[in-house]
Design a protein around this ligand. Structure first.
Ligand code: UDP
Length: 499
């Protein structure tokens, strides 16, 4: 099947162009009421669409001459009408296969996924939109018009609906649109040829589904709920599994994905380190209820953005093993007391979070049910993905460590995007700003330099672990209410430590 490619400058929508009278190309009329006369495979590419169509009334923003907006006409006679959804599967899998090699050289990249029924997402951002219109006659598909918009070279999007991203933005350089199009058409052709006889495309489609892991928010006629994507049936209906364990089946348009601010937030999963000492507030010892509730409010704010949050809290406001040993305590027993202190703080924070309506779980590094569940990486990730804030208590569970090390360990284990170290200063300085008025603040600094300058960002073990495992640390002042959210919004209020 050789596609005849037609380039046009401007049209309302390329799908419409193919269906309209202008689409009477090669003697073939495609309008609803006149039958097809000559079979031909066409691809019409427009430099600009005045009414680019997403799904029905949704339109997307596409700058003239920057992207690929095109529609393809095919006659998939070998696919029965009952399996018309196969076209959707082939079209989107071929698109992922075409785009993937462009992303391959990137060191850190977001996954390329298919958002049911057939948008292509890069991470949580929309890279391509697809609209397929099939014309059926009895049990056959007479023709299929496949409209595709790929954000290729657009540098700036004026609106953030529907959360767009372009290849140019991801890769940092322009892409040849012609090559991309030809490559796609070739893959589409191969995919279509074997779609009905070969299960591979269907399997690939399902494995590439967006939000397959973890619970996210959706909305149907009855309201919002959390669920995970379970499957897409052969007829194209989506199966979601809600948090009650009920499978919900939806036809196109019956459910919408809630893609809230979470995706605008800078990080998807964070490890927040809070020091026990700052929990004291203005008191000389113990827990200041006001500080505790301020922390809880800040955490709630970020949790509502959909950010997955793990927290490690210190115990210095109650007991530190090292200071204990200086007063004659056995070091190991002293450290165990320190770890118990972190459990006390964790329970206090858990209770404060509960009071403001934030679902949370305390996990402990030492077995002590029923105070908290024994920590495992998988338990933690599952809980965070289900929307629970996880508080990791008792540090690493071993003496001679600190909660700084505990947080680098947990941060690495739970695959956090960043460790946010909430302190009472607003970042990393050349010297202690509380003692040296000439000290200046770094906006960013490498681990190497932190080590070379002997800066006290965290203890050495923790810094080295983050360095070795590439976990960036963001140091900021958590004692100012609203700062945690500012960090998530990308405001440069602290210091980033990285490789
Ligand atoms: N601790 C420990 N192992 C750990 C974490 C903490 O032994 O993995 C003990 C250690 O005695 C430490 C105390 O718990 O002094 C409290 O933790 P930390 O000093 O880190 O609290 P912060 O300074 O953050 O308040």
């Amino acid at each position: 099947m050789d596609f005849k490619i037609i380039h046009i400058d401007e049209t309302d929508s390329t799908n419409h162009w193919l269906r309209s009278s202008e689409g009477t190309v090669l003697g073939e009329s495609l309008s609803e009421d006149s039958p097809r006369t000559v079979p031909s495979e066409l691809c019409v590419v427009a430099e600009y669409q005045t009414a680019g169509r997403g799904c029905g009334t949704n339109s997307w923003e596409s700058e003239r001459g920057k992207n690929l907006t095109f529609s393809i006409l095919i006659h998939p006679t070998e696919i029965p009408a009952s399996r018309q959804y196969l076209i959707s599967e082939v079209v989107s899998v071929a698109l992922c296969e075409t785009l993937e090699p462009y992303l391959r050289p990137l060191e850190s990249k977001e996954p390329l996924r298919i958002k049911w029924p057939n948008d292509i997402y890069y991470g949580d951002k929309k890279l391509c939109g697809i609209l397929i219109e099939n014309r059926l006659q009895g049990s056959t598909i007479v023709n299929s018009i496949i409209g595709i918009g790929i954000n290729v070279n657009q540098e700036v999007f004026l609106s953030d609906a529907p959360n767009p991203v372009s290849l140019r933005q991801i890769l940092g350089h322009e892409i040849n649109r012609e090559t991309l199009l030809n490559d796609y058409l070739q893959r589409l052709e191969t995919g279509l040829a074997s779609a009905f006889t070969n299960e591979e495309t269907s399997t690939a489609y399902r494995s590439l589904l967006y939000r397959k892991n973890g619970f996210y928010e959706y909305e149907d006629a009855k309201g919002r709920f959390q669920a995970k994507v379970l499957n897409v049936l052969n007829d194209g209906r989506l199966v979601l599994l809600d948090t009650e364990g009920t499978a919900r089946i939806y036809a196109f348009k019956e459910v919408s994905y809630i893609i809230n601010k979470r995706y605008m937030a800078r990080f998807k999963r964070i490890l927040l380190k809070l020091s026990g000492e700052s929990l004291m507030g203005k008191q000389g010892y113990g827990i200041d209820p006001e500080r505790l509730s301020d922390y809880a409010k800040q955490i709630k704010e970020v949790s509502e953005m959909g950010v997955q949050i793990g927290i490690v809290i210190g115990g210095g406001n109650i007991f530190r093993g090292l200071s204990g040993s200086q007063k004659g305590f056995d070091r190991v027993k002293g450290d165990q007391m320190g770890m118990c202190a972190t459990v006390i703080n964790s329970l206090a924070l858990s209770s404060a979070l509960g009071a403001v309506g934030v679902k949370n779980k305390v996990l402990t590094a030492i077995r002590m049910e029923p105070i908290g569940e024994f920590y495992t990486k998988w338990k933690a990730i599952e809980a965070m993905e289900a929307g629970y804030v996880c508080i990791f208590s008792a540090g690493t569970g071993s003496p001679y460590f600190t909660t700084d090390t505990g947080s680098s360990l947990r941060g690495i284990e739970i695959e956090a995007d960043v460790m946010l170290k909430g302190t009472r200063v607003d970042g990393v300085y050349t010297a202690d700003p509380e003692k040296d008025p000439t000290a200046t603040k770094f906006d960013e600094i490498t681990y190497k330099e932190v080590l070379a300058r002997g800066l006290k960002v965290m203890d050495l073990t923790a810094i080295c672990m983050c360095q070795d495992n590439n976990l960036p640390i963001y140091v900021f002042n958590m004692d100012i209410v609203g700062n945690l959210k500012k960090v998530m919004d990308g405001e440069p209020i602290g210091t980033l430590v990285h490789n």
